[in-house]
Design a protein around this ligand. Structure first.
Ligand SMILES: Cc1cc2nc3c(=O)[nH]c(=O)nc-3n(C[C@H](O)[C@H](O)[C@H](O)COP(=O)(O)OP(=O)(O)OC[C@H]3O[C@@H](n4cnc5c(N)ncnc54)[C@H](O)[C@@H]3O)c2cc1C
Length: 477
């Protein structure tokens, strides 16, 4: 390949100021959010519209250069980071951030893939509508990245994940064709579901350039409570009770163990509040309120429900948020667990999911196995419990020598993954596979599922130019 000719063609298609070659300029695009992976790119390319993406893909086809699509670069699995070979380009969608169409009658918004999630949330709020996808990276992650990873977040219990919120996609295929699927249809059984094929494909099958996303009526208020719970049966009893009695309003049921709270308060003492020290588990419950005239309000409804739940012995004590800023304060405790753990020098993270009926078995057995095999290991377990999603994270023992986690990583990973299989769980609930988990995908999903995925990849991207060696291992193709 003649690199100079390749870059000249990109210059001609986009303008040289949008083809970053300088090492310093490329730095923000080459390392993942957690700092686990750093790659090298031939160039970072910044297209402004779908036509320019088509041009880039065709040039890359001609020169057989691989493409790593990138949105906000907040992936937690290294999926948006190029390889170290220096032979790939990063295509950043961040200039493609237009809101193309807001259709309030159809309750949809059509946005370009590089739109920042929070910008979309704020835009629809001006029109008294609500876009429910919500996660701690929303100030920098993009709709394209959310769809490519099928992101979940804090409102899945009520509104589903990114897949459930998407009605249509525009995609540039590896052949440089545009798949025009920007349709706002809630029913459309016309052949294979191509939209769902691209959602969650982590940039390996095409570049998502725009999407039609569902909107909902804006809630007029939120109400939240922190609840102390002694054990798993109580927790599940409380969840089922709330689902039965407040299913339309219940938006979050987040679990935090005492160990995850202790670590958070150690690093962020400003979030301390007595209720979070009362029981082995603290649950954050959130209800949305929709109708102004309807009584009781979400807050008095939650209060009544919690009193009733207490009579059924589903909880010990509870604190209700009095106002919106207290609701936010409750969420800050939950959201700062990740940041607290990031301050610990050595840790391992598992973003996993189970059928609700298997959660307690997994936790009880795996906690015990790990504590026995690795005395002093700290288990920072929290997550979107209503969705069966645990962030089951581990920190090295307090007095451990440097390098403890690296030394034990493979043994810990294989122990936890074995347990996930035994309890019919998933090795990735919402963060995807990327490069972090690609070695485990085949065993986890089984030969047949992996084989179908190989066939899909070979059929759609026969030259393996789209985010190669992510999700599926290169030598398997
Ligand atoms: C603090 C923090 C909290 C998070 N919380 C959550 C959470 O609660 N739930 C959750 O699900 N995830 C969470 N994540 C991870 C999550 O995957 C991302 O935040 C987000 O969905 C990725 O969007 P992005 O624009 O940053 O994508 P990137 O990181 O840039 O890319 C992610 C993947 O998508 C591909 N991609 C990006 N854009 C496109 C496109 N236009 N077309 C095709 N492929 C594309 C990339 O190639 C890569 O494979 C969190 C991350 C952080 C840092």
């Amino acid at each position: 390949m003649h690199v100079d000719d390749f870059l000249k063609e990109l210059d001609a298609a986009l303008g040289s100021q949008y083809i970053l070659r300088d090492d310093q300029d490329k730095v923000p695009y080459l390392t993942d959010w957690r700092g686990l992976y750093t790659g090298i790119a031939l160039a970072v390319v910044l297209p402004k519209d779908t036509a320019q993406i088509v041009a880039i893909v065709k040039i890359c086809q001609q020169y057989q250069v691989a493409i790593v699509p990138q949105g906000g670069n907040t992936s937690l699995t290294g999926s948006a980071t190029p390889e170290a070979s220096g032979s790939q380009i990063v295509v950043s969608l961040k200039r493609m951030n237009a809101i193309r169409h807001l259709d309030l009658q159809n309750q949809t918004i059509t946005v370009e893939a590089g739109c920042i999630l929070q910008v979309v949330q704020e835009e629809v709020k001006k029109h008294d509508a609500f876009f429910p996808l919500s996660l701690a990276a929303q100030g920098s992650c993009t709709i394209g990245g959310n769809l490519a990873t099928n992101a979940g977040g804090t409102n899945v219990l009520r509104f589903g994940n990114a897949r459930d919120l998407c009605l249509g996609l525009e995609v540039v295929t590896p052949q440089g064709e545009i798949l025009h699927g920007l349709r706002g249809l809630r029913k459309d059984n016309t052949g294979y579901d191509l939209r769902n094929l691209y959602i969650g494909s982590e940039g390996t099958l095409g570049i998502i350039t725009a999407a039609v996303m569902k909107l909902y009526p804006a809630p007029i208020n939120h109400s939240a409570a922190l609840v102390a719970v002694a054990d798993f049966p109580m927790m599940m009893g409380l969840l089922h009770f709330l689902q039965k009695r407040a299913s339309a309003e219940l938006t979050a049921f987040e679990m935090m163990t005492q160990e995850s709270i202790d670590l958070t308060i150690q690093h962020f003492p400003q979030f301390d509040t007595p209720i979070i020290h009362q029981a082995p588990f603290t649950i954050l419950i959130e209800l949305f309120e929709y109708q102004e005239e309807k009584l009781p309000t979400a807050s008095s409804m939650l209060e009544g429900l919690l009193e009733e739940a207490m009579q059924h012995a589903f909880l010990g004590d509870a604190v209700l948020a009095n106002n919106l800023s207290q609701v936010k304060a409750f969420w800050q405790i939950r959201e700062h667990i990740t940041m607290a753990q990031a301050k610990e020098p050595e840790n391992l993270k598992f973003d996993i999911a189970f059928p609700l009926s298997n959660l307690s078995g997994f936790i009880a057995e795996t906690d015990q196995m790990l504590r026995q095999a690795f005395p002093g290991i700290r288990i920072i377990n929290f997550g979107h419990l209503g969705d069966g999603n645990l962030h089951y994270n581990l920190c090295a023992p307090k007095d451990a020598d440097p390098g403890y986690m690296a030394d034990h990583e493979s043994k810990i990973v294989s122990m936890v993954y074995q347990q996930i299989t035994q309890f019919a769980g998933s090795i990735s609930a919402e963060h995807g596979i990327g490069q972090l988990k690609r070695e485990h995908l085949k065993q986890h999903r089984g030969d047949v599922a992996y084989h179908v995925m190989q066939n899909i990849k070979r059929a759609l991207d026969p030259d393996n130019l789209f985010n190669p060696n992510k999700v599926l291992i290169r030598h398997d193709l």
